[in-house]
Every structure is written in structure tokens, then in C-alpha cells.
Design a protein around this ligand. Structure first.
Ligand code: ATP
Ligand code: MG
Length: 221
């Protein structure tokens, strides 16, 4: 039985924060595979400000060359219109063998906007989530760390969510939402784009092949 983690994002560009977090999830949840899914048209971002999907896909592919823990899916690039997670989940549910476990991986920042996602109630019924966050130094107690998520779920999604001792939010009608602490790499694509614009190095922040691709294509200048 396969255990698969789907990790969607704009990946503009993909960086070690994404890759390290996804790898830790793979090990922590004993997954067979992480599938990176660049969004063609992220519903929450201004299209003109986002790099061509083909470039973002290529960078994701370059980032995982020679690494069998990851694959990259171009499914959202093949669909027309905005990239909705619900469509992507349905795609993978029909594609994978019956009995496979599918987990949708999301950063806490992205998850806290799930009430703006298309058909999010249905989405939470269809698939288990793994919400990742960076442990905060001033907040050692992990139940406190996840309080923000709990408040959000109960006030915006459903009052029936309960935090279980397995660090997971459970709901009688929906799939579990697991919480998971990952190594804190304070890297964002926004910061990388700024570094490039101001002529600074992005070495050791993105994989070397991604850095080379950005230079060759003259991205983010
Ligand atoms: P931007 O700054 O343009 O928003 P980003 O770095 O946040 O880019 P996204 O493509 O928006 O990257 O993020 C995809 C997913 O990866 C989101 O769920 C986000 O929370 C998560 N993520 C981004 N950066 C990190 C990081 N350093 N550590 C862990 N997760 C991350
Ligand atoms: Mg982001």
C-alpha cells in the first residue's frame, strides 16, 4: 500500500525550505513518495507577477534530479484555468491504487487561508492534511504552538475539530489534520526574488542547478 504526500505551491522559485520540510515529512510519516505540484495559475496570486509555469516546473524538476524521494507533477499545468487543490486531489485519488494513503502537505501560513479555497469543506473530507510549521524558539510547548491552528479551525471551519494526543485534529466527518514541526529554514521565494533583484547571491538557498537555471534564463532580474 502506497503512502503519498502531495506538496503544492507556487515554487517561484523552489528552495531548500520547501525541499527540507517535504523530506522531513516523508521520513516522519513514512511516506513512499513526495509529489511536488507547481500551480499553473495560483488562485491567490496576481498572474502577471508570477513566473511562467513552465519555468517553475523546470526548476522543480532540476531541484530533485537524482533524488528518488521526490517526483514532480505537471498536472496543474495541463489543466486550464486556476489551479484548485480539490481538482488535483481528485486526480490523484483516481490515479493511485485503491487503499493508497494520500496526504496533502501545506505550510501553516497557507493552511490558515483554507477557508478561501474552492470547495474546502469537501477537500477536508477527501484527504488528510499534514500542516507543517517551524518550531518557534520562544514557544517550546507544542500544544501552544498549534493553538493558532486550533482557533482557526474551530472558528472558521468547524467547531467539531478536536486536538488528539497524536498531534492531530480529528473530526467526525472529515479526514485528520496532522501537525508536524519541521526544521526552521527561514527562506522564502519572496526573499530569493529580492536577493536577485538587488544583485545578491542565492547560493546555498536553492539547489545549484536551480541557481544556474535562474541565471541562464535571466529570471527575477
Ligand atoms: P512566496 O514568498 O512567494 O509566498 P514561498 O517561499 O512561501 O513563496 P510557496 O510556493 O508560496 O513558497 O509555498 C509553498 C508551500 O511551502 C506553502 O505551503 C508554504 O507554507 C511552504 N513553505 C514555504 N517556505 C517554507 C519554508 N522555509 N519552510 C517550510 N515550508 C515552507
Ligand atoms: Mg508563500
Amino acid at each position: 500500500m502506497m503512502r503519498i504526500g502531495l506538496f503544492g505551491g507556487t515554487f517561484d522559485p523552489i528552495h531548500f525550505g520547501h525541499l527540507r520540510a517535504a523530506l522531513e515529512v516523508k521520513e516522519g510519516f513514512d511516506l513512499d513518495q513526495i509529489i511536488l505540484i507547481p500551480a499553473a495559475l495560483p488562485p491567490h496570486k496576481t498572474p502577471s507577477k508570477v513566473t511562467d509555469a513552465a519555468d517553475r516546473l523546470k526548476m522543480a524538476e532540476l531541484a530533485i534530479i537524482n533524488n528518488s524521494d521526490f517526483t514532480v507533477s505537471d498536472i496543474e499545468l495541463k489543466r486550464s484555468g486556476p489551479s484548485y487543490s480539490i481538482d488535483t486531489i481528485n486526480h490523484f485519488k483516481t490515479l493511485t491504487p485503491a487503499g493508497s494513503d494520500i496526504f496533502f502537505i501545506s505550510g501553516l501560513d497557507a493552511f490558515l487561508e483554507i477557508d478561501t479555497w474552492k470547495a474546502y469543506t469537501n477537500l477536508l473530507k477527501q484527504v488528510a492534511f499534514i500542516v507543517i510549521a517551524r518550531p518557534m524558539l520562544d514557544c517550546q510547548d507544542s500544544s501552544l504552538r498549534w493553538k493558532r491552528l486550533e482557533d482557526f479551525l474551530i472558528s472558521k471551519v468547524s467547531s467539531k475539530y478536536k486536538f488528539s494526543d497524536s498531534s492531530c485534529f480529528e473530526h467526525p466527518e472529515a479526514q485528520p489534520i496532522y501537525t508536524f514541526d519541521v526544521t526552521s529554514l527561514d527562506i522564502s521565494s519572496t526573499r530569493i526574488r529580492k536577493l536577485i533583484k538587488t544583485g545578491q547571491s542565492i547560493q546555498f538557498v536553492v539547489p545549484e542547478r536551480v541557481e544556474d537555471y535562474i541565471k541562464t534564463r535571466g529570471l527575477y532580474l
